[in-house]
Design a protein around this ligand. Structure first.
Ligand code: RIB
Ligand code: CA
Length: 348
């Protein structure tokens, strides 16, 4: 018989709750009425080797209706991330999807931090790309996102794989904008990758991240704690290479360069391909397991600015504001990613 406490709560259950193993549940929203309807998505990114794979997966998989690609400064300057989005879309034969460039600096943080040491001078070193044929339709990504969302028949899901600057600016400029969910690659339930505490996308614009987590909208956080399990191993590279298409060769060149920088900087035998996991989680919610948690972005800590403090064990009593990914199935992810490269490559 459970111990009844003076508050009437079952104290034993409280302990059980604390001791419950953290099993994730699906990280996406409730299944759509029509489970076969494609999810309308705007992808906001900072290509970036791994962002390039997110663009390809979103464009290729029929479960996603990619409405637009918007770019932000992050891995490289805005000019370079925008050119890289156009380059990979051209190489992958992705057409008819508008590209809009957004903010070239954080909301408040000092600008200028790029990730040349990981992504190279161009932001997508490795392959040689021809002149892109995909145009930029707007240099106001925030206004462009709003116009798409406001005029779309169903609520739109935002996926963010760079600093959250554009999306935070959207939420500030258009309060109450009808967004279905925001899925972000960013943060970590454990440690960082640009400081001991902070992950790059959050560290680049912590104020923007706090605005997104504090928006009251459904947010799924795909952090380093799961993306570091999604590695482009030699076996993955040989499966991609075996596709034998020009696009597959571009992907192998991207991952080979990316592997070299991750090896020299972090000692990874194979590089984590962070960003496309956000898209994969929408396509196949079973790929990620999530726990709802209150996430706070540290803005003021001298050693911890940009950290995501994820209260998985309810220490603070704060209401959860996101679904934080805590488990991942890398095999299911790579099945989707390699199929996307195959399908796009067959059409180019
Ligand atoms: O920390 C990894 C994230 O920062 C990825 O999105 C990578 O592309 C960079 O933007
Ligand atoms: Ca990115």
């Amino acid at each position: 018989m459970a111990q009844e406490s003076v508050t009437g709560r079952d104290e034993l259950q409280d302990v059980r709750d604390l001791e419950m193993p953290r099993r994730g549940t699906g990280c996406a929203a409730e299944p759509a009425e029509d489970a076969h309807a494609a999810i309308p998505v705007i992808l906001d990114c900072d290509p970036g080797h791994d962002d390039a794979f997110a663009i390809m997966l979103a464009a290729a998989n029929p479960a996603i209706d990619l409405l637009a690609v918007t770019t932000v400064a992050g891995n490289q300057t805005l000019d370079k991330t925008t050119l890289n989005a156009r380059r990979i879309m051209t190489a992958a034969g992705i057409s008819g999807i508008p590209v809009a460039s957004g903010r070239d600096r954080p909301l408040m943080a000092p600008s200028g931090r790029v990730a040349t040491e990981i992504h190279g001078e161009s932001g997508m070193d490795g392959p040689s790309f021809g002149e892109p044929t995909v145009p930029v339709v707007s240099t106001d990504a925030v206004g462009f996102m709003h116009s798409i969302i406001a005029n779309h028949a169903e609520p739109v899901t935002l996926v963010v794989t760079g600093p959250f600057t554009n999306v935070a600016a959207l939420l500030l400029a258009y309060p109450g904008v009808p967004v279905e969910r925001i899925v972000v690659m960013g943060g970590s339930t454990e440690r960082g990758n640009v400081t001991p505490a902070a992950e790059f996308n959050i560290y680049a614009d912590p104020e923007a991240a706090q605005i997104v987590f504090g928006s009251g909208l459904p947010v799924t956080m795909v952090g380093l704690n799961v993306t570091h399990q999604v590695l482009a191993t030699p076996s993955v590279l040989s499966k991609i290479s075996a596709l034998g298409t020009p696009l597959a060769a571009v992907c192998v060149d991207l991952l080979t360069f990316y592997a070299s920088t991750y090896k020299s900087l972090f000692g990874f035998d194979s590089p984590p391909v962070h960003d496309p996991l956000t898209i994969a989680a929408l396509i196949d919610p079973a790929i990620l397991g999530c726990s709802s948690a209150a996430v706070t972005v540290e803005l003021n800590g001298t050693a911890t600015r940009g950290a995501t403090v994820v209260d998985l064990d309810r220490w603070t009593g704060a209401a959860p504001n996101c679904d934080a990914a805590v488990t991942v199935d890398p095999t299911r992810f790579w099945d989707l990613m390699i199929a996307a490269i195959r399908d796009l490559g067959d059409d180019t």
